[in-house]
Design a protein around this ligand. Structure first.
Ligand code: GLA
Length: 707
């Protein structure tokens, strides 16, 4: 049984290997008691102490501890899970435990606060096979007076008696997303967050916490927040060594009003437990593929026109690219920015979602038919949440953007953010997209979002509802996605925000893939993709092979290197194929065929980070499925005459024999001795497929000599 109660008002939530234990304290508090490896007996769970350190009048009389729910107003000073103010000024909470409610996989602990007349359900959902527990709270105003929430986080929990904890998180920027940071947890508070209205390039709602973990072993607690707006994750350590974790929607500039009997359910924060980072990634990747992401099918090889034509998209120009893309084996052709309105640069046209008749004299239909005749699917770029000041939409609705009376309206990339909280704006976007998808045989939408918010104001709203706009935006966005997916169930969606500015489990539950970064330099990408893989799977990760020299840094690396780097995820082509030589096109065709053959393993297999790319070390990524193991390797800079690198494989069956080019080697050999790759030039790339030959008898029994 996954969820059960033991003596002492204690609830145990078990996964395959993990247990989360919460105790109802005498005062109705939810004392976080345990999160770690599953224990064999109920007695063990009963024996767990509820850590309480009574110390001085400067600490709570209930003791210092960690909690699964922290209401504001009591003698607890960590980030509150819930903070609110009733219309009559009451802002203190005193929750009491009421009852529990449970199914096989879900537990809700109901609490009631008579002071503000609010009921809260602290919700847990266990995904047993992945050792992941979904956390959220539901808040209901049961009183007559309206209540304004100013903090509503999705989870709180603790760690204790664990010195030397380290927090892993992402920092980044446009064209440099997902740089994993490792920060020691010290007394005080660390917060990672976004205040930009969108998930952000600068940080990502993911964390991992560990003491002594390596790729291969060691306890790791990690979390993913399923939300695409302002978010925060807090790690707070007190002087007694207790570490309180919490996270959810960012309380910064947050507010949400609940009238009588209204409810708010927070987005889900998924907390996982793993043994080492490889195990963490494997479980998170599988959870995303199986539970979060909408479709199990493999992702096609796409062609995208952006770097080839930028805003200069025309029917004839795109047709030429279709021929070339089809010729090398692409399966999906995506027309990027520039097909609509007066969109000749990023200065104008956003918001005017009608086909530009100079560029496409007979609309999109002839191009779409042409794409389909060549056997490809058709995709289109949109950026529906935005408007250029130079557009008919803005000229007719200047009040449809976030703005404040008399304040400057800041443009960024020459555009404003539309206020999706206005029902007329939500309806405009939904109808525009529905119309586009109804009128054209579009298979794929790349949904972009190219700036962060500013002047977050809604002049016609009441003053006490201004801070609701952050959540209203995300709620409307999700409703639009959900409705479009319902109306057009076969259309695939790609999430993009100037590259990786909106990648999280909220948007991923509505999209098939993401645009990882606008940085298409294959070497920079190796580093971005390596760190990305800690949190997110390969299948969602769009990677394009583009032109050399690269637009961002002028670097030119061999086509093979560009391919092998991009084959680490869902392969795409983003170069100007009309400038590729016949030899390059032939080579590209070969690589795409190879990718199609290894695709099931890349997109569905278990990924192992064998070596992280630097100028001195190779990139070696391993993907293993039942059928085969694929190695994607890129050599470092060729320095001092060095011409070899060495690595050991992981996750193979030691007794299984594998065909490695012309040799037959056991899993034990590959994992103990490993392989050596030679290289003659900088960044030389290799893709090696290794298939199991037959299951050997145990080494001792067979007394075979292993090569
Ligand atoms: C963003 C995206 C790019 C491209 C451009 C179009 O920067 O990340 O891939 O679509 O917008 O303007």
């Amino acid at each position: 049984m996954a969820i059960f109660e033991v003596a002492g008002r204690r609830f145990v939530i078990e996964g395959k290997r993990v247990a989360h234990v919460v105790t109802i304290g005498a005062n109705g508090k939810l004392i976080h008691t345990y999160f770690g490896a599953k224990l064999p007996y109920r007695d063990d769970y009963e024996a767990l102490p509820s850590p309480v350190v009574a110390h001085s009048s400067f600490e709570s009389p209930d003791g210092v501890a960690t909690y699964d729910f922290v209401p504001f107003g009591e003698m607890l000073y960590t980030e509150p899970t819930l903070k609110s103010e009733r219309e009559d000024g009451q802002r203190i909470h005193q929750f009491q435990f009421e009852r529990s409610e449970q199914t096989e996989t879900k537990l809700t602990l109901w609490l009631f606060d008579p002071l503000q007349e609010m009921r809260v359900g602290v919700q847990y959902e266990v995904f047993t096979d992945y050792d992941i527990i979904g956390r959220s709270i539901v808040v209901e105003n049961t009183g007559r007076l309206p209540v304004r929430l100013t903090a509503a986080q999705s989870f709180a929990m603790g760690r204790w008696h664990q010195p030397n904890l380290k927090l892993h998180h992402f920092a980044g920027m446009w064209t440099g997303e997902f740089k994993k940071q490792i920060t020691p947890v010290t007394p005080g508070r660390q917060t990672i967050e976004s205040r930009r209205g969108v998930t952000s390039h600068q940080a990502n709602p993911w964390f991992a916490l560990e003491q002594d973990a390596t790729e291969d072993s060691g306890e790791v607690v990690y979390g993913h927040f399923a939300y695409s707006g302002n978010w925060a994750i807090h790690v707070e350590q007190d002087a007694f060594g207790f570490v309180q974790l919490s996270g959810g929607m960012n309380p910064f500039d947050f507010s949400w009003k609940l009238s009588h009997q209204q409810q708010l359910t927070t987005p889900t924060f998924y907390i996982g437990y793993a043994d080492g980072f490889a195990d963490m990634s494997a479980h998170a990747h599988a959870f995303q593929r199986d539970v979060i992401m909408p479709r199990a099918t493999e992702r096609p090889v796409l062609y995208n026109s952006w770097e080839a034509t930028y805003f200069d998209v025309t029917e004839s120009g795109q047709r030429e690219l279709v021929d070339l893309a089809a010729g090398i084996g692409c399966e999906l052709f995506v027309v990027d920015d520039g097909w609509f309105g007066e969109r000749h640069s990023d200065q104008a046209g956003l918001g005017d979602w009608h086909v530009n008749r100079e560029k496409f004299p007979n609309g999109l239909e002839p191009l779409i038919s042409y794409v389909k005749q060549q056997g490809l699917q058709f995709g289109l770029w949109v950026e529906p949440e935005m408007v250029n000041p130079d557009s008919d939409l803005y000229r007719s609705h200047p009040d449809w953007i976030y703005h404040a009376r008399d304040a400057v309206r800041t443009t960024s990339r020459n555009q404003y953010v539309l206020n999706l909280g206005l029902p007329e704006v939500e309806q405009f976007i939904l109808e525009m997209m529905d119309d586009l998808l109804t009128r054209h045989a579009i298979d794929y939408i790349k949904w972009d979002m190219n700036r962060a918010f500013s002047e977050p104001g809604v002049p016609k709203d009441q003053t006490d509802r201004q801070q609701e706009l952050w959540k209203r935006h995300v709620d409307a966005l999700y409703r639009i996605f959900d409705e479009l997916r319902r109306l057009h169930p076969t259309v695939d969606f790609e999430a993009c925000a100037g590259g990786g500015g909106r990648i999280d489990l909220g948007i991923l539950s509505r999209t098939e893939q993401v645009w990882t970064s606008d940085n298409t330099d294959p070497l920079d990408r190796l580093q971005i993709q390596h760190d990305f893989s800690y949190a997110y799977n390969a299948k969602m990760m769009s990677c394009w092979v583009t032109d050399g020299p690269n637009w961002l840094n002028g670097r030119n690396v061999p086509l093979a290197t560009r391919f092998v780097s991009s084959m680490q995820g869902t392969l795409g082509i983003g170069g100007n194929l009309s400038e590729w030589s016949t030899d390059e096109l032939a080579e590209a065709k070969g690589w795409i065929e190879t990718y199609q053959a290894i695709r099931p393993t890349i997109q569905r297999g278990i990924q192992y980070r064998l070596s992280a790319f630097t100028q001195q070390t190779p990139s070696v990524m391993q993907y293993t499925s039942e059928e085969e193991t694929v190695l994607l390797a890129i050599a470092p800079l060729r320095q001092y005459g060095t011409h070899q690198y060495h690595f050991k494989l992981k996750g193979l069956d030691p007794a299984m024999r594998y065909q490695v080019e012309d040799r037959t080697l056991s899993g034990a050999y590959l994992m103990q001795q490993g392989l050596t790759f030679s290289y003659t030039t900088d960044y030389e790339a290799r893709c090696l497929r290794i298939q199991p030959v037959h299951r050997a008898l145990s080494l001792l029994e067979s007394k075979e000599t292993i090569v």
